[in-house]
Ligand binder design. Structure first.
Ligand code: TRP
Length: 317
């Protein structure tokens, strides 16, 4: 009898979900917030959602409320406030500013971030190994020293590098600090140029390109979202643009040494599942990837007269 009742109730519920006039949707809810659309963040989100589905957390079990802030901080804040109002079971935040908005909106709903370069500098956790609040996730910390090594190997004539990034992005600041430390070790001098938004990118890039032998841009969301502009400047000025992420090379930069973001998306999904299955955040250290890949853009290489391959590199066109 109980069984039959359950069956009838179950059918009624799924019918009501189906017809959209239901009393309630009893699926788990995940609020998924992404800062902006750019190749890398899109890749992370797609691989994260695909992994959730592959592991049984598909549409029948989880309702994913995906919101994109279109690069706007106040959108981020209102999206995260709405998630809290809707009492989602967990918040997944892609990129640093999204994670910062999420943590400002709630101290009790668990938050899993993805691709936060420096979670400590961003004030999300104070210890990567022991998250003490309601937030943890995956970091895409990158090896600046290896990019410089690649630069020496591929383009040994480069002596002065222009560091181009967005002043307000803590993920970029943190990498640039390391870059400044490593530059002398690899025999480089540098010149710094910051922008506040993408409308300044083209002009800043041209003026920097006139003064340096190469440009280095870290994993900067703002610049990644307008990457083709910077790539064009590199090609026209015939200087290599080294970057922090594979997607930026796909979007026309010359080369990088970085992590695989599809992999990172999967790893983030794994952490989301752990939270949904009841693991406390305090038992989930921030996770990183430490297999780095070299990526070279062949079309760009040929345009600027630089080598279009190197041992072990992934070649894109
Ligand atoms: N790491 C960036 C952050 O902390 C997000 C990011 C992931 C990114 N992949 C990228 C930025 C590629 C630029 C390009 O916000």
């Amino acid at each position: 009898m109980k069984k039959l009742f359950g069956l009838v109730l179950g059918t009624m519920m799924s019918l009501s979900v189906f017809t959209g006039c239901g009393t309630q949707d009893d699926r788990i809810t995940v609020g998924l917030v992404q800062l902006v659309e750019h190749t890398s963040l899109d890749m992370i989100r797609e691989s994260l959602v695909a992994e959730l589905e592959a592991r049984g957390y598909d549409d029948s079990k989880v309702k994913i409320d995906y919101q994109n802030a279109q690069g706007d901080q106040s959108n981020l804040n209102s999206i995260c406030k709405k998630f809290v109002g809707d009492q989602v079971d967990t918040i997944v935040a892609i990129a640093t500013p999204s994670a910062q908005a999420a943590v400002a909106a709630t101290t009790d709903i668990p938050i899993i971030f993805s691709a936060v370069t420096d979670p400590v500098a961003a004030n999300l956790v104070s210890d990567l190994n022991k998250p003490s609040g309601n937030i943890t996730g995956t970091s895409d910390a990158i090896p600046v020293d290896q990019v410089f090594e690649l630069c020496n190997e591929l383009t040994p004539e480069v002596k002065k590098i222009g560091f181009l990034y967005t002043a307000s992005e803590v993920n970029s600041q943190s990498v640039i600090e390391q870059a400044k430390k490593f530059a002398p070790e690899y025999g480089f001098t540098f010149e710094e140029m910051t922008i506040t938004n993408t409308s300044e990118l083209q002009q800043a890039a041209y003026s920097l390109a006139g003064k340096v032998d190469a440009i280095y841009t870290p994993i900067d969301n703002n610049i990644a979202s307008a990457m083709t502009l910077l790539s064009e400047v590199g090609k026209e000025s015939k200087i290599p643009v080294y970057v922090g992420a594979d997607s930026m090379v796909m979007d026309g930069a010359y080369a990088t040494v970085g992590i695989n973001y599809e992999e990172l998306g999967k790893q983030t999904a794994d952490m989301v599942i752990q939270v949904l299955e009841g693991t406390p955040i305090s038992e989930m250290p921030v996770e990183t990837l430490n297999n780095f890949e070299k990526v070279i853009n062949k079309t760009t290489a040929n345009k600027i007269g630089a080598p279009d391959h190197v041992e072990g590199a992934i070649i894109v066109e």
